[in-house]
Design a protein around this ligand. Structure first.
Ligand SMILES: C[S@@+](CC[C@H](N)C(=O)[O-])C[C@H]1O[C@@H](n2cnc3c(N)ncnc32)[C@H](O)[C@@H]1O
Length: 260
């Protein structure tokens, strides 16, 4: 799918320079906006659009009128509660100073919560196979300043623009404390509107034996899966399901220390 880089409707010197940098980083063509609407540009350029605004990057896949852009999403309120009560932290056993690999970064909400938990002594890697999502989220994590208590946690996340299995294959055995997977749900959750712009272009791949084998090889403490409550992947792949009454998604965990 072709993607081009452009600016806001009324470009400034700063947004033009930014678009130049983005087009060089992503090896994409930069095209002038010429006061065209997003729909007009989609039709003229026959391409997805990366738009450089004053304060953020937006990604408009063709056929979508809502952009994908970085914001901390649920991490903003989840980190206001005691972190040990967060279901991901609870199920994974993630502690201060641990390392955490998020195989499916998306908007990075889960990674931000994990990064706040592990603190300065820990390390969070976030793998995202869609190169534009990875670029937009890396830029957002570095620059977003709307939630001051998460500034440092967001900046510490290392974004890896890669498929998770390929990245796992580069890692030593028993080298990361917690490995997490949250593939796209196969059933749409209507109230999860934050993911609306993600849904079409995101990597729709589901957990595989190869992915899980690599995750179990690399994980020291636990491998955690998040999936729709109707998903059979928990049982199919040997996760212990944590039922969360009245929620549309569950977590499942494989505790590695008991298996190794
Ligand atoms: C449901 S979203 C994850 C949401 C994320 N947990 C959050 O807190 O925002 C899934 C994301 O993982 C990406 N993805 C799916 N399969 C992947 C894989 N094998 N490797 C890397 N990224 C993957 C998709 O492109 C999508 O952005």
């Amino acid at each position: 799918m072709k993607t081009v880089v452009t600016t806001a409707y009324r470009p400034t010197t700063a947004t033009l320079e930014w678009a130049e940098r983005v087009s060089a980083d992503l090896s994409l063509l930069q095209v002038p906006r010429n006061k065209r609407s997003i729909d007009r540009m989609h039709a003229d350029e026959k391409a997805d659009l990366v738009v450089c605004l004053k304060e953020r990057l937006e990604f408009y896949p063709r056929g979508k009128s809502e952009p994908f852009f970085f914001h901390p999403n649920s991490a903003a309120f989840r980190t206001k509660r005691p972190l040990e009560q967060d279901p991901l932290i609870d199920v994974s056993g993630l502690q201060s100073g641990d390392s955490f690999l998020d195989c499916t970064l998306g908007l990075a909400s889960d990674s931000i919560v994990a990064s706040q938990r592990v603190g300065e002594e820990g390390k969070v890697y976030g793998c995202e196979s869609h190169p534009i999502f990875a670029y937009v989220v890396r830029q957002g994590l570095g620059q977003y300043n709307g939630v001051p208590h998460l500034d440092e946690a967001m900046k510490r996340i290392e974004v890896i623009s890669s498929d998770a299995v390929s990245f796992l294959q580069t890692l030593d055995s028993d080298s990361i404390d917690v490995i997490y997977m949250d593939p796209m749900f196969t059933e749409e959750i209507t109230e999860a509107s934050n993911f609306t712009p993600l849904r079409g272009p995101a990597d729709q791949g589901q957990l595989t034996e190869q992915w899980l084998t690599e995750a179990k090889r690399v994980a020291r403490k636990s491998v955690v899966l998040k999936a729709h409550f109707r998903s059979e992947d928990f049982e199919r792949f040997g996760f212990t399901r944590r039922v969360r009454p009245n929620t549309k998604f569950h977590y499942g965990v494989i505790l590695c220390q008991t298996q190794k």
